[in-house]
Design a protein around this ligand. Structure first.
Ligand code: NAD
Length: 298
């Protein structure tokens, strides 16, 4: 059984720590709010008075905090983790934070020969309670192998994100897509309501189309990802159809923010001569609009 320090016992951290305790690990827990740790003491956790106190003798140090500044401060600040941790221990940040802040923490620790992994989690606090989180592991192969028995006490699936820094990146990408899609899904449901079309009927149709299945695995593989921009469905037509939906919504005073923003992208692609290209060429259009050369630090 491992000695583990756990810092940040909120909605996610508390059940994650509880699961580690249930699996028999020795836990020292610290939270700035004293009430956050009260339920863990009867389960056998040592309630630490600071990150430094929690970290003494711990082989794994887990942080589960609201933002990158707090993660940085509990590691490097007054009474912080590095004041007492053993150099052979490993810090595992499971918070969702800015990737560059995470990189910065890793580089600072690397310069002191301290190991750091970015291991955010997918799913919700219900999954944290059930021990079924999706673990997105950023680290070296050796680090992931070493940490896996601990991580699997909190989740039931580990994705090796492909190297240090990639755990937090894959989390960011997944959240970007699913959060934005939630808004687009809501707009679609509102448009259904406005048209008196039962959502069930729309879902029946969309379940077999890119609307529900997404484009990454349906339209893209045989077109844009092969460099084939010949039209299966033209940008001109996609622009027209999107416009029809927006015109109807406009007449009914229904705001469709995501839809309207999408039309601007199609309009711009048309204006730049892509009207007769396949609609998947929107990827190439946005790539051309983006200065990807400046993003290597991400
Ligand atoms: P939370 O606000 O419930 O918990 C954060 C805890 O950190 C609190 O108990 C707070 O007192 C403590 N804390 C704040 N500053 C501290 C400090 N300086 N030292 C020690 N403890 C400190 O948040 P949460 O929902 O548990 O989320 C934690 C992280 O997990 C976030 O990065 C969040 O984005 C991510 N996350 C949350 C969910 C979710 O469904 N809630 C899902 C996946 C990922």
């Amino acid at each position: 059984m491992a000695n583990i320090a756990f810092i940040g016992l909120g909605q996610m951290g508390a059940p994650m720590a509880t699961n580690l305790l249930h699996k028999g690990h020795n836990l020292k827990v610290y939270d700035i709010a004293s009430t956050a740790t009260t339920k863990l003491e009867p389960l056998g956790a040592y309630i630490a008075t600071s990150p430094k106190d929690a970290t003494i003798d711990s082989e794994f140090i887990i942080t589960m905090l609201p933002n990158g500044k707090l993660v940085h401060d509990v590691i490097f600040g007054h009474d912080g983790i590095i004041e007492s941790m053993k150099k052979s221990s490993i810090i595992i940040d499971m918070s969702t934070i800015h990737p560059l802040e995470s990189d910065n923490i890793r580089y600072k620790l690397q310069s002191q020969n301290i190991e750091f992994m970015d291991v955010p989690v997918g799913r919700t606090s219900d999954h944290a309670i059930a021990g079924t989180l999706l673990i997105l592991a950023g680290g070296t192969e050796i680090q992931i192998e070493k940490a896996s028995p601990i991580l699997l006490c909190m989740g039931n699936e580990i994705v090796n994100a492909g190297g240090p820094g990639n755990g937090i990146r894959v989390k960011l990408i997944n959240n970007f897509m699913s959060i934005a899609l939630n808004a687009l899904s809501a707009e679609t449901a509102i448009l259904c309501e406005a048209l008196n079309l039962p959502l069930d009927k729309a879902l029946e149709v969309m379940k077999g189309t890119p609307a529900n299945k997404g484009h990454f695995t349906t339209t893209w593989p045989n077109k844009i990802l092969k460099g084939d921009l010949s039209p299966s469905f033209m940008i001109d037509l996609a622009h027209k159809d999107l416009g029809l939906a927006l015109d109807v919504a406009n007449q009914l005073s229904i705001p469709l923010f995501m839809g309207a923003a999408s039309r601007e992208i199609y309009s711009q692609a048309k204006a730049q001569g892509r009207g007769k290209q396949d609609w998947t060429a929107i990827l190439e259009h946005l790539r051309c609009c983006s200065n990807l050369k400046n993003t290597q630090n991400y």
